[in-house]
Design a binder for this molecule. Structure first.
Ligand code: GRF
Length: 204
């Protein structure tokens, strides 16, 4: 199965997907293209080092957000991508893009949704004072971080945590969970009915 990984930042999740899926030929999962909206994203360097094609698509180069999404859609079709994987991608899609790829776009978010959606979930969790947080993998719908939930992992919050320490603890779980979910998707084992996602009794 060919996937596209969309990034905006450092790309530690991308690196995990390269190591555990793309470079493992037994997974039958190929990262066909890495797309970034920021030309300086370190994730692009990781992709190039792995020999994966990279594309930069910047919102400011298009007259509308619909046209920006269409440029991404063009690449998705060009590379025959079956699953769009967001990994630290900081742009929101417009409704037509989401409708076109319904239940074929997944995102990873560093909180237990629906708590702390948006761009700063780790600092929001710390300042709220929660004692548990975690990771959510979900399908993308028309709103921000509201799509059907595929899997979640819980992570403890310690009184002494800095934002960086907490994010690192969350990322350990992200790097374990995300490739497993993508494998299940590729095997056709993720079923969606409205908001409800069911998985086989696999250990996640
Ligand atoms: C991750 O924490 C992910 O949950 C969030 O953005 C971060 C990306 O990190 N959506 P990285 O670029 O994969 O290191």
């Amino acid at each position: 199965m060919k996937i596209a990984v969309l990034v905006s930042g450092s790309g530690t999740n991308l690196q995990t997907l390269i190591n555990k899926l793309h470079n493992d030929t037994s997974s039958n999962i190929e990262i066909a293209v890495v797309i970034s909206d920021r030309k300086n994203a370190y994730a692009l360097t990781r992709a190039k080092q792995a020999g994966i094609p990279t594309k930069i698509v910047k919102a400011q180069d298009y007259e509308s957000r619909i046209a920006f999404d269409e440029a991404i859609s063009f690449l998705i079709e060009e590379y025959a991508v079956e699953l769009i994987v967001l990994a630290g991608y900081m742009k929101l899609f417009q409704a037509p893009f989401v409708r076109k790829y319904r239940n074929r776009i997944i995102n990873i978010h560093p909180s237990i949704l629906p708590a702390f959606p948006g761009a700063t979930p780790v600092s929001d969790s710390l300042s709220y004072g929660v004692k548990l947080t975690g990771v959510t993998v979900h399908f993308v719908d028309e709103n921000v971080d509201t799509g059907p939930i595929i899997a979640q992992r819980v992570v403890p919050v310690y009184d002494t945590d800095s934002e960086e320490e907490l994010h690192q603890r969350i990322q350990i779980e992200e790097h374990d969970l995300y490739p497993k979910i993508i494998k299940l998707f590729a095997e056709g084992k993720i079923m969606v009915e409205g908001r409800i996602v069911s998985l086989p009794n696999s250990k996640l």
